[in-house]
Write a protein that binds this ligand. Structure first.
Ligand code: UT7
Length: 319
């Protein structure tokens, strides 16, 4: 028993917000600084009443339509998010209710920017075990809610959005190899170190980051896990048609590609228009590249995540 992606969808809220728009809103920054350090030109930001499950709903409807399925056909719903609607119930259960599905297994995955790769790998294992046949895997984030808009070193980097795939049981391989890792010793370099207790926020409710430590860690593990996943599938990195790393920063993407000797014209880049959308970044980029015809059926695609925890992982698949 194998699993294959049979439908992909994504959703971005509102209109693009440019770097100049951020500067006009009073953030002491410039388009020149943001573009040269990150490659980001614009991002989308959710409206105050738009939640992760709202964005997930639109992306999921598009993925279901692409697969030719109804929500009732799903028996597994996995949502990767670090910005859930509530502490509980899970965003997956809220999405299930909005989709009108009843009875499927549904839960959230918390692996920050590696969340989609974690969620897809988990769904793959459910399907390969024979217990489930049709999974919806979503990455959905409203990171704008956890940004300190007075911290120019972080607030310009992130955006909101959602991406979703349908993963179905198949007798033909789709997902070829997976690898997931974490090292909690690095929890302090990227975190939202707050909690709610007794009706109050305890600690800090905003994203905090040691940018340079994250940069170095991300490049090293993205290169290592790409090699590991290729070795597990018995292929060379040069046989990958498309690399879709987590879209954090163009310099991280370029450095990773260089380390695994992958030319940049085989790397899907959306960070310039989406910013870093955490768990949503990989499925958003995948959807864009499939819909515009770059990624074609039968090609080998490697998805990579890296994020807070620290967590990292890769999924090698054939579309
Ligand atoms: O999912 C993973 C998410 N994390 C990441 O992708 C972050 C990885 N890290 C990075 O991409 C980079 O470390 C950053 C883009 C975050 C920062 O770039 P950097 O080259 O490491 O800059 P820096 O933090 O060392 O700051 C350099 C200067 C500082 O000014 P001084 O002290 O040299 O006068 C900052 O205050 O740039 C200043 N600065 C800004 N200036 C204009 C920081 N943020 C901004 C800003 N606009 N938005």
């Amino acid at each position: 028993m194998f699993s294959r992606i049979t439908g992909i969808g994504s959703f971005l809220p509102g209109q693009p917000v440019s770097n100049d728009d951020l500067a006009k809103r009073g953030i002491e920054t410039s388009d020149e600084w943001i573009v040269s350090r990150t490659g980001i030109r614009s991002r989308h930001l959710a409206a105050p009443d738009e939640t992760a499950s709202d964005l997930a709903l639109e992306a999921s409807r598009r993925a279901l339509a692409a697969a030719g399925l109804d929500a009732a056909d799903l028996d597994l719903i996995v949502v990767a998010t670090s910005t859930p609607d509530f502490i509980f119930p899970s965003t997956a259960c809220l999405l299930q209710s909005k989709l009108g599905n009843r009875g499927a297994t549904a839960f959230d995955v918390q692996a920050v920017c590696s969340g989609f790769v974690y969620g897809l790998t988990i769904a793959e294992k459910f399907i390969r075990s024979g217990s489930h046949r049709r999974a919806l895997v979503v990455g959905a984030e409203v990171f704008s809610r956890i940004l300190d808009w007075s911290d120019r070193g972080t607030c310009v980097l992130f955006g909101d959005g959602a991406g979703a795939v349908i993963l179905e049981a198949s007798d033909k391989p789709g997902i070829l190899a997976t690898a997931l890792h974490a090292d909690g010793a690095h929890h302090g370099i990227l975190s939202v170190p707050g909690s709610i207790c007794g009706g109050k926020v305890i600690g800090d409710p905003f994203l905090r980051m040691d940018g340079q430590a994250v940069f170095k860690f991300a490049v090293r593990v993205l290169a290592e896990v790409a090699d590991e996943c290729c070795a597990a599938a018995g292929i060379a990195p040069s046989e990958i048609d498309w690399l879709i790393p987590h879209q954090a920063n163009i310099r991280i993407l370029e450095a990773t590609a260089k380390r695994i000797r992958m030319p940049m014209d085989k790397v899907v880049v959306s960070v310039d228009r989406h910013g870093n959308t955490s768990a949503a970044s990989v499925p958003l980029a995948l959807d864009e590249a499939v819909r515009d015809g770059r990624i074609r059926a039968g090609q080998k695609v490697m998805l990579e995540g890296v994020g807070g925890g620290f967590t990292w992982g890769a999924v090698l698949l054939e579309l």
